[in-house]
Write a protein that binds this ligand. Structure first.
Ligand SMILES: CC(C)(COP(=O)(O)OP(=O)(O)OC[C@H]1O[C@@H](n2cnc3c(N)ncnc32)[C@H](O)[C@@H]1OP(=O)(O)O)[C@@H](O)C(=O)NCCC(=O)NCCS
Length: 341
């Protein structure tokens, strides 16, 4: 029997070799096996039985396809049209427009870290637009026990940020564990602090043509130098790397760096997102966050005289007391921002 969700105008969603289709009856035994093998990471207390699974598919699952607004929407996840996982949106709150993401893959794919991260990334690459464009949702979130270290880089790389940590929230195999909640905001600009997995994204931004042109040193940056630089910035307490996400996609970065007695700020907006006032919004969010934590600091911006777009963004973000200085042999604006007295 073919199944379709009444709330979706289309029911097959593809991205490259991967696709999501409404959960198929034929997949029920594979799903049962994976759930039983991975019971530790699930909120399922007892192993599933064949009879129980058959009953669940003929009642709960079948009913999902008769409701305008089901409480969950489950999909089979296929690679080259072969089942490799399943998941979907659960605990759907239609009024608040959010849902929890669930997903598990064939057990043997979990043991390979790269495969695991890729599966999550490919899955979310399909699920995010499904939730945003086809269902009009604002937010997705995951609820995951801290026994899944590979999951976090996968989520952070897919436009999620860590929103909360519920300390010692679950008892598994004789031990207390935290629960981490990661969220993806589908209609908002948010930030998280960058980590080592962002090295290539920063490399791409650093070598962007306009970024190099507007920087004080114009030469292209080698990957080797970038990796050293990035590692050093992550490992010092004096540098704050704010990575911004718009609608769950990387959109730019703000760096606030204490060096040579000054706290200097820099920004780049991803080239696909320029000209939409994001620069101003990113500067406002990053400086508010920084100055709230470092109340006595004053942040300084140096902007080449010809970079009028940047000047405008900084002014609108509350930078003031503009002066003209020579910075690294370039005539530049110097502007300041601190907490209002
Ligand atoms: C500079 C930068 C951060 C600005 O961010 P942005 O989100 O693109 O800028 P905005 O959309 O807020 O635009 C700011 C102003 O410039 C204007 N503007 C934007 N793009 C423009 C363009 N291509 N040509 C002329 N004006 C432009 C906007 O209309 C706006 O003007 P307003 O203040 O009068 O309304 C971004 O363009 C960028 O990353 N550039 C490359 C790196 C860089 O220069 N970094 C700053 C170093 S100090």
């Amino acid at each position: 029997m073919s199944r379709t969700y009444l709330c979706l105008a289309q029911n097959t969603f593809r991205n490259g070799n991967y696709s999501l289709v409404p959960i198929r009856d034929e997949d029920k035994y594979a799903i049962m096996q994976w759930r039983n093998e991975q019971i530790d990471i699930l909120r399922q207390k007892q192993p599933l039985t064949k009879e129980g699974q058959e009953g669940y598919f003929t009642t709960t699952i079948a009913n999902l396809f008769t409701q305008e607004k089901p409480g969950q929407m489950l999909f089979s996840f296929l690679e080259n049209d072969i089942l490799v996982g399943y998941g979907g949106l659960v605990h759907i709150d239609w009024e608040s427009k959010n849902a929890e993401v669930s997903f598990i893959t064939e057990t043997k794919r979990n043991t390979d870290k790269e495969q695991f991260i890729n599966d999550w990334r490919n899955y979310l690459q399909i699920l995010k637009p499904l939730a945003k464009k086809h269902l009009g949702f604002d937010k997705l979130y995951t609820y995951a026990y801290d026994i899944r270290p590979n999951l976090y880089p996968a989520l952070l790389n897919s436009g999620f940020i860590e929103e909360a940590c519920l300390k010692n929230h679950v008892f598994i195999n004789g031990q207390n564990h935290d629960v981490l909640i990661h969220s993806c905001f589908l209609n908002q600009l948010v930030f998280r602090m960058a980590d080592e997995n962002d090295v290539m994204q920063y490399f791409e931004w650093a070598n962007d043509e306009d970024v190099r042109k507007n920087s004080f040193s114009n030469e292209a940056i080698s990957l080797e130098n970038h990796k050293k630089w990035f590692k050093q910035k992550l490992n010092t307490d004096s540098c704050f790397l704010y990575l911004f996400l718009l609608n769950g996609e990387s959109a730019g970065q703000v760096r606030i760096d204490k060096s040579n007695g000054e706290t200097v700020i820099g920004i780049s907006v991803d080239k696909n997102y320029r000209g939409r006032s994001l620069g101003t919004e990113m500067l406002k969010q990053a400086t508010t966050n920084f100055l709230t934590k470092h109340k006595k600091e004053q942040i300084v911006a140096y902007i080449k005289l010809e970079n009028k777009v940047s000047l405008s963004s900084f002014r609108k973000a509350g930078f003031e007391n503009e002066e003209i200085v020579t910075e690294q042999n370039h005539k530049s604006y110097k502007l300041y921002k601190k907490i209002a007295a």
